[in-house]
Design a protein around this ligand. Structure first.
Ligand code: AMP
Length: 283
Protein backbone atom coordinates (compact mmCIF):
# COMPACT_ATOMS: atom_id res chain seq x y z
CA UNK A 1 0.00 0.00 0.00
CA UNK A 2 1.20 3.46 -0.92
CA UNK A 3 1.01 6.28 1.62
CA UNK A 4 0.75 9.73 0.05
CA UNK A 5 0.63 13.12 1.75
CA UNK A 6 0.82 15.41 -1.28
CA UNK A 7 -2.11 16.28 -3.53
CA UNK A 8 0.00 16.32 -6.66
CA UNK A 9 1.18 12.75 -6.21
CA UNK A 10 -2.36 11.65 -5.36
CA UNK A 11 -3.79 13.21 -8.52
CA UNK A 12 -1.15 11.63 -10.75
CA UNK A 13 -1.77 8.17 -9.26
CA UNK A 14 -5.56 8.41 -9.66
CA UNK A 15 -5.22 9.78 -13.20
CA UNK A 16 -3.06 6.78 -14.17
CA UNK A 17 -5.55 4.33 -12.65
CA UNK A 18 -8.44 5.94 -14.49
CA UNK A 19 -6.51 5.98 -17.76
CA UNK A 20 -6.21 2.20 -17.31
CA UNK A 21 -10.00 2.01 -16.97
CA UNK A 22 -9.98 1.16 -13.25
CA UNK A 23 -12.91 2.03 -10.98
CA UNK A 24 -11.71 4.01 -7.97
CA UNK A 25 -13.41 3.86 -4.57
CA UNK A 26 -12.85 6.22 -1.67
CA UNK A 27 -13.43 5.96 2.09
CA UNK A 28 -12.78 9.17 4.05
CA UNK A 29 -12.01 8.74 7.77
CA UNK A 30 -10.45 10.50 10.72
CA UNK A 31 -8.33 7.45 11.53
CA UNK A 32 -7.89 5.37 14.68
CA UNK A 33 -9.51 2.67 12.64
CA UNK A 34 -11.74 -0.13 13.89
CA UNK A 35 -13.75 -2.94 12.30
CA UNK A 36 -16.51 -0.47 11.39
CA UNK A 37 -14.11 1.46 9.16
CA UNK A 38 -12.57 -1.73 7.80
CA UNK A 39 -15.99 -3.04 6.77
CA UNK A 40 -16.35 0.07 4.56
CA UNK A 41 -12.92 -0.62 3.01
CA UNK A 42 -13.92 -4.23 2.28
CA UNK A 43 -17.18 -3.03 0.74
CA UNK A 44 -15.25 -0.56 -1.43
CA UNK A 45 -12.82 -3.30 -2.45
CA UNK A 46 -15.77 -5.39 -3.70
CA UNK A 47 -17.38 -2.47 -5.57
CA UNK A 48 -14.25 -1.22 -7.33
CA UNK A 49 -10.73 -1.97 -8.57
CA UNK A 50 -8.73 0.44 -6.41
CA UNK A 51 -9.50 1.75 -2.93
CA UNK A 52 -8.24 4.99 -1.42
CA UNK A 53 -8.66 5.71 2.28
CA UNK A 54 -8.02 9.16 3.67
CA UNK A 55 -7.07 9.84 7.26
CA UNK A 56 -7.50 13.48 8.20
CA UNK A 57 -8.62 14.73 11.60
CA UNK A 58 -10.54 17.67 10.23
CA UNK A 59 -10.24 20.67 12.57
CA UNK A 60 -13.21 22.54 11.06
CA UNK A 61 -15.76 19.91 12.07
CA UNK A 62 -14.91 19.99 15.78
CA UNK A 63 -17.10 22.46 17.61
CA UNK A 64 -15.33 21.44 20.83
CA UNK A 65 -11.58 22.18 20.91
CA UNK A 66 -11.01 19.66 23.72
CA UNK A 67 -12.65 16.90 21.66
CA UNK A 68 -10.32 17.74 18.74
CA UNK A 69 -7.24 17.70 20.95
CA UNK A 70 -8.26 14.39 22.57
CA UNK A 71 -8.98 12.69 19.23
CA UNK A 72 -6.84 9.51 19.13
CA UNK A 73 -4.19 9.22 16.39
CA UNK A 74 -2.04 6.20 15.43
CA UNK A 75 -1.10 6.36 11.77
CA UNK A 76 1.29 3.42 11.89
CA UNK A 77 -1.32 1.06 13.31
CA UNK A 78 -3.92 2.37 10.88
CA UNK A 79 -1.64 1.82 7.88
CA UNK A 80 -1.09 -1.82 8.90
CA UNK A 81 -4.86 -2.35 9.26
CA UNK A 82 -5.56 -0.80 5.86
CA UNK A 83 -2.90 -2.96 4.25
CA UNK A 84 -4.46 -6.07 5.82
CA UNK A 85 -7.79 -5.43 4.04
CA UNK A 86 -6.23 -4.64 0.67
CA UNK A 87 -6.52 -0.85 0.56
CA UNK A 88 -4.34 0.43 -2.28
CA UNK A 89 -3.56 3.96 -1.17
CA UNK A 90 -3.62 5.88 2.09
CA UNK A 91 -3.95 9.64 1.68
CA UNK A 92 -2.83 11.33 4.89
CA UNK A 93 -2.58 15.06 4.21
CA UNK A 94 -1.66 17.74 6.74
CA UNK A 95 -3.98 20.67 7.46
CA UNK A 96 -2.34 23.08 4.98
CA UNK A 97 -2.62 20.53 2.15
CA UNK A 98 -6.40 20.67 2.64
CA UNK A 99 -7.02 24.28 3.68
CA UNK A 100 -3.97 26.15 2.32
CA UNK A 101 -2.10 28.73 4.38
CA UNK A 102 -3.94 29.15 7.71
CA UNK A 103 -6.49 31.95 7.55
CA UNK A 104 -6.69 32.16 3.74
CA UNK A 105 -9.62 29.85 2.91
CA UNK A 106 -12.99 31.60 2.64
CA UNK A 107 -15.34 29.05 1.08
CA UNK A 108 -17.74 26.69 2.81
CA UNK A 109 -20.20 24.07 1.63
CA UNK A 110 -23.47 23.98 3.57
CA UNK A 111 -26.44 21.65 3.23
CA UNK A 112 -29.15 23.87 4.65
CA UNK A 113 -32.11 21.93 6.05
CA UNK A 114 -30.63 18.50 6.75
CA UNK A 115 -27.87 20.07 8.83
CA UNK A 116 -30.26 21.84 11.23
CA UNK A 117 -31.65 19.14 13.57
CA UNK A 118 -29.96 16.53 15.81
CA UNK A 119 -26.19 16.70 15.50
CA UNK A 120 -26.44 20.10 13.83
CA UNK A 121 -28.40 21.55 16.73
CA UNK A 122 -25.95 20.22 19.32
CA UNK A 123 -22.70 20.77 17.42
CA UNK A 124 -22.81 24.23 15.81
CA UNK A 125 -20.64 24.38 12.70
CA UNK A 126 -19.94 20.65 12.72
CA UNK A 127 -21.70 19.75 9.47
CA UNK A 128 -20.36 22.78 7.62
CA UNK A 129 -16.89 21.43 8.41
CA UNK A 130 -17.87 17.92 7.30
CA UNK A 131 -19.46 18.88 3.97
CA UNK A 132 -16.64 21.30 3.20
CA UNK A 133 -13.86 18.78 3.85
CA UNK A 134 -15.68 16.02 1.96
CA UNK A 135 -16.08 18.39 -1.02
CA UNK A 136 -12.38 19.22 -0.93
CA UNK A 137 -11.46 15.53 -0.65
CA UNK A 138 -13.79 14.61 -3.53
CA UNK A 139 -12.08 17.28 -5.66
CA UNK A 140 -8.62 16.00 -4.75
CA UNK A 141 -9.33 12.28 -5.06
CA UNK A 142 -11.91 12.30 -7.93
CA UNK A 143 -13.29 8.90 -6.94
CA UNK A 144 -15.94 7.03 -8.95
CA UNK A 145 -17.68 6.14 -5.70
CA UNK A 146 -17.35 6.74 -1.97
CA UNK A 147 -18.55 4.67 0.99
CA UNK A 148 -20.04 6.27 4.12
CA UNK A 149 -21.23 4.44 7.23
CA UNK A 150 -24.78 4.44 8.56
CA UNK A 151 -23.26 4.92 12.02
CA UNK A 152 -23.32 8.65 11.23
CA UNK A 153 -26.73 8.54 9.61
CA UNK A 154 -27.36 12.28 9.43
CA UNK A 155 -23.91 12.84 7.95
CA UNK A 156 -24.62 10.18 5.32
CA UNK A 157 -27.89 11.88 4.36
CA UNK A 158 -26.15 15.27 4.10
CA UNK A 159 -23.49 13.86 1.80
CA UNK A 160 -26.14 12.21 -0.39
CA UNK A 161 -28.01 15.52 -0.63
CA UNK A 162 -24.83 17.49 -1.31
CA UNK A 163 -23.79 15.14 -4.13
CA UNK A 164 -27.26 15.46 -5.70
CA UNK A 165 -27.46 19.25 -5.33
CA UNK A 166 -23.91 20.12 -6.41
CA UNK A 167 -23.74 17.43 -9.13
CA UNK A 168 -20.64 15.71 -7.83
CA UNK A 169 -19.84 12.85 -10.20
CA UNK A 170 -19.44 10.43 -7.28
CA UNK A 171 -21.73 7.53 -6.39
CA UNK A 172 -22.45 7.34 -2.66
CA UNK A 173 -22.66 3.83 -1.21
CA UNK A 174 -24.07 3.17 2.29
CA UNK A 175 -22.17 0.91 4.69
CA UNK A 176 -23.96 -0.89 7.55
CA UNK A 177 -23.32 0.13 11.15
CA UNK A 178 -20.88 -2.31 12.78
CA UNK A 179 -21.14 -3.12 16.50
CA UNK A 180 -19.00 -4.74 19.17
CA UNK A 181 -20.23 -8.25 20.09
CA UNK A 182 -22.03 -6.77 23.12
CA UNK A 183 -23.92 -4.23 20.98
CA UNK A 184 -21.91 -1.02 21.45
CA UNK A 185 -21.60 0.83 18.13
CA UNK A 186 -17.93 0.86 17.14
CA UNK A 187 -16.37 4.31 17.37
CA UNK A 188 -12.86 5.73 17.57
CA UNK A 189 -14.04 7.54 20.70
CA UNK A 190 -14.78 4.26 22.55
CA UNK A 191 -11.13 4.01 23.68
CA UNK A 192 -11.74 7.09 25.81
CA UNK A 193 -14.45 5.33 27.86
CA UNK A 194 -13.47 4.24 31.38
CA UNK A 195 -14.44 0.62 32.22
CA UNK A 196 -17.52 1.94 34.11
CA UNK A 197 -18.53 4.22 31.25
CA UNK A 198 -17.99 1.39 28.74
CA UNK A 199 -20.54 -0.70 30.69
CA UNK A 200 -22.95 2.24 31.07
CA UNK A 201 -22.70 2.95 27.31
CA UNK A 202 -24.30 -0.41 26.57
CA UNK A 203 -27.63 1.10 27.64
CA UNK A 204 -27.70 2.97 24.31
CA UNK A 205 -27.76 -0.08 22.03
CA UNK A 206 -29.84 -2.04 24.55
CA UNK A 207 -32.47 0.71 24.49
CA UNK A 208 -32.44 0.92 20.69
CA UNK A 209 -32.77 -2.85 20.32
CA UNK A 210 -35.64 -2.96 22.83
CA UNK A 211 -37.45 -0.19 20.97
CA UNK A 212 -36.93 -1.92 17.64
CA UNK A 213 -38.29 -5.18 19.11
CA UNK A 214 -41.36 -3.30 20.34
CA UNK A 215 -41.86 -1.84 16.87
CA UNK A 216 -41.54 -5.30 15.36
CA UNK A 217 -44.19 -6.64 17.72
CA UNK A 218 -46.64 -3.90 16.74
CA UNK A 219 -45.87 -0.72 18.72
CA UNK A 220 -46.64 2.27 16.48
CA UNK A 221 -46.34 5.20 18.88
CA UNK A 222 -43.26 7.34 18.38
CA UNK A 223 -43.39 8.47 22.00
CA UNK A 224 -43.52 4.89 23.29
CA UNK A 225 -40.43 3.95 21.25
CA UNK A 226 -38.53 7.04 22.41
CA UNK A 227 -39.53 6.38 26.04
CA UNK A 228 -38.28 2.81 25.75
CA UNK A 229 -34.80 4.05 24.90
CA UNK A 230 -34.97 6.84 27.47
CA UNK A 231 -35.86 4.47 30.31
CA UNK A 232 -32.76 2.31 29.59
CA UNK A 233 -30.52 5.38 29.57
CA UNK A 234 -31.99 7.03 32.64
CA UNK A 235 -30.68 4.33 35.01
CA UNK A 236 -27.05 5.47 34.95
CA UNK A 237 -25.64 8.65 36.45
CA UNK A 238 -22.78 8.51 33.96
CA UNK A 239 -25.15 9.06 31.03
CA UNK A 240 -26.29 12.51 29.93
CA UNK A 241 -28.78 12.30 27.06
CA UNK A 242 -28.56 14.94 24.31
CA UNK A 243 -31.39 13.67 22.15
CA UNK A 244 -33.47 10.57 21.49
CA UNK A 245 -36.02 10.73 18.70
CA UNK A 246 -37.49 9.14 15.64
CA UNK A 247 -36.68 10.87 12.34
CA UNK A 248 -37.82 10.20 8.78
CA UNK A 249 -34.93 8.68 6.78
CA UNK A 250 -35.26 11.15 3.92
CA UNK A 251 -36.00 14.52 5.54
CA UNK A 252 -34.68 13.74 9.04
CA UNK A 253 -37.75 15.51 10.43
CA UNK A 254 -39.42 14.08 13.53
CA UNK A 255 -41.63 11.30 12.28
CA UNK A 256 -44.88 10.03 13.76
CA UNK A 257 -45.63 8.10 10.59
CA UNK A 258 -44.17 4.73 11.29
CA UNK A 259 -45.27 3.38 7.94
CA UNK A 260 -42.32 5.21 6.33
CA UNK A 261 -38.64 4.32 6.82
CA UNK A 262 -37.31 6.09 9.89
CA UNK A 263 -34.31 6.08 12.19
CA UNK A 264 -34.36 6.05 15.94
CA UNK A 265 -31.46 8.36 16.77
CA UNK A 266 -29.54 8.76 20.03
CA UNK A 267 -26.76 11.08 21.17
CA UNK A 268 -25.47 10.98 24.73
CA UNK A 269 -22.42 11.79 26.77
CA UNK A 270 -21.26 8.74 28.71
CA UNK A 271 -18.61 9.51 31.32
CA UNK A 272 -17.81 12.68 29.35
CA UNK A 273 -17.45 10.95 25.95
CA UNK A 274 -20.00 11.85 23.30
CA UNK A 275 -21.51 8.82 21.56
CA UNK A 276 -24.12 8.49 18.81
CA UNK A 277 -26.07 5.46 17.62
CA UNK A 278 -29.17 4.61 15.58
CA UNK A 279 -31.36 1.78 14.35
CA UNK A 280 -33.70 1.56 11.36
CA UNK A 281 -37.42 1.50 12.17
CA UNK A 282 -40.13 1.19 9.57
CA UNK A 283 -42.27 -1.19 7.59
P1 AMP B 1 -14.85 8.73 11.21
O1 AMP B 1 -13.46 8.24 11.16
O2 AMP B 1 -15.50 8.58 12.54
O3 AMP B 1 -15.01 10.10 10.61
O4 AMP B 1 -15.69 7.77 10.26
C1 AMP B 1 -15.31 7.53 8.93
C2 AMP B 1 -16.38 6.71 8.26
O5 AMP B 1 -16.54 5.48 8.96
C3 AMP B 1 -17.77 7.39 8.27
O6 AMP B 1 -18.41 7.13 7.03
C4 AMP B 1 -18.46 6.70 9.42
O7 AMP B 1 -19.87 6.69 9.29
C5 AMP B 1 -17.89 5.30 9.30
N1 AMP B 1 -18.02 4.56 10.56
C6 AMP B 1 -17.60 4.95 11.79
N2 AMP B 1 -17.95 4.03 12.71
C7 AMP B 1 -18.64 3.07 12.05
C8 AMP B 1 -19.29 1.85 12.45
N3 AMP B 1 -19.32 1.46 13.72
N4 AMP B 1 -19.89 1.12 11.50
C9 AMP B 1 -19.89 1.52 10.19
N5 AMP B 1 -19.30 2.64 9.75
C10 AMP B 1 -18.69 3.40 10.67
Amino acid sequence: MQTITSTEELRTTVKNWKRDGLRVGFVPTMGYLHEGHLSLMKQAKKAGDKVICSIFVNPTQFNDKKDFEAYPIDLKRDAALLESVGVDLLFAPNVSEIYGTPGTAQSWVTVEELSKPWEGAHRPGHFRGVTTVVSILFNLVSPDFAVFGEKDFQQLRLIEQMVTDLKFDVEIIRGALIREPDGLAMSSRNVRLSPEARTAALAISRGLFRARAKFQSGERSRQALVDTVRSELSDSELVKIEYIDLAAEDTLEVSDQLSRPARLLVAAFVGGVRLIDNVAIGD
